[in-house]
Design a protein around this ligand. Sequence first.
Ligand code: PBG
Length: 330
Amino acid sequence: MPYPEERPRRLRGSARRRAMVAETRLHRDRLIWPLFAVPGTNIEREIPGFPGVHHHSVDRLVEACRSAVGDFGLRSVLLFGLPESKDAEGTGAWAEDGIVQQACRAIRAANLDIEVITDVCLCEYTDHGHCGVLTPELPNRPATVDNDPTLELLARTATSHAAAGADMVAPSDMMDGRIGALRAALDDEGHEDLPIMAYSAKYASAFYGPFRLAADSAPAFGDRRTYQMDPANADEALREIALDIEEGADIVMVKPGLPYLDIIRRAKDAFHVPIAAYNVSGEYVMLKALAAGDPLAEERLFLEATTSLCRAGADLVITYAAPLVAKAIR
Ligand code: PBG
């Protein structure tokens, strides 16, 4: 037989043929779009350093959700909130009229067919920017997040989101035992059917930069390495995910996405629950910069990134480019 004996290029000969044998298929149902609620009215302000991503007042956020469903066919959003004021405990996180609570009620009132997922964390609400309440500073130990007292505050936050109409909560704090604490509190208040999407393998990453400006949540001192994971670790990610599933997580997340494709794949192989991947702010801004305003390049970059996350094993992808990707695959 003449060389070459095998010709893999045959199956790449046309767009039609490539589509027939594509192993990974994106679908709008898999996309989750993060949104940032801010106090005020009629605000839709692009966030500096975060092109194409906006701060929305609650009224405009409802319109963004309407457009997500109507114009782009998206199914779900992930809500973050910037409170009017911050304090040491982050009381704004569970305030009855807190910003995320207001947003949930407004979206519910608009009767939109959209899954409202809320990020549950205290870092946007604490004046020190850490993801929980702090331990006292001792001569031999700098202040850090006090795990167990923080659990109760996170649980309060989650139940208040549920009471305001959230469909699902997504704790991103990385405290030990938080999924169990949230599950118990939700069940206690009659929300036993409300799922938890756990940020299970969340790394202490330098790719969160634009988000921290957007959410005004950069730690005022130190960093998050005593609670978020060390990028050097993979086995530990599987232990974290196993714990969260044991404690009641319905969906588990790997975050960031692209630098952690190996973790996504290992999680997919090891567990049989839906896996979400968070294509975080720094990854998004990197791709935006690479596209340099060329819409075609942008589309190709975000399609490739999202496809890669799904190929690695993600069932769900959280991405700031959700509308763009949804439009491209329509
Ligand atoms: C809150 C939270 C963060 C992100 C999501 N939830 C920031 C952090 O942990 O500092 C980052 C998302 C992104 O970068 O897109 N804890």
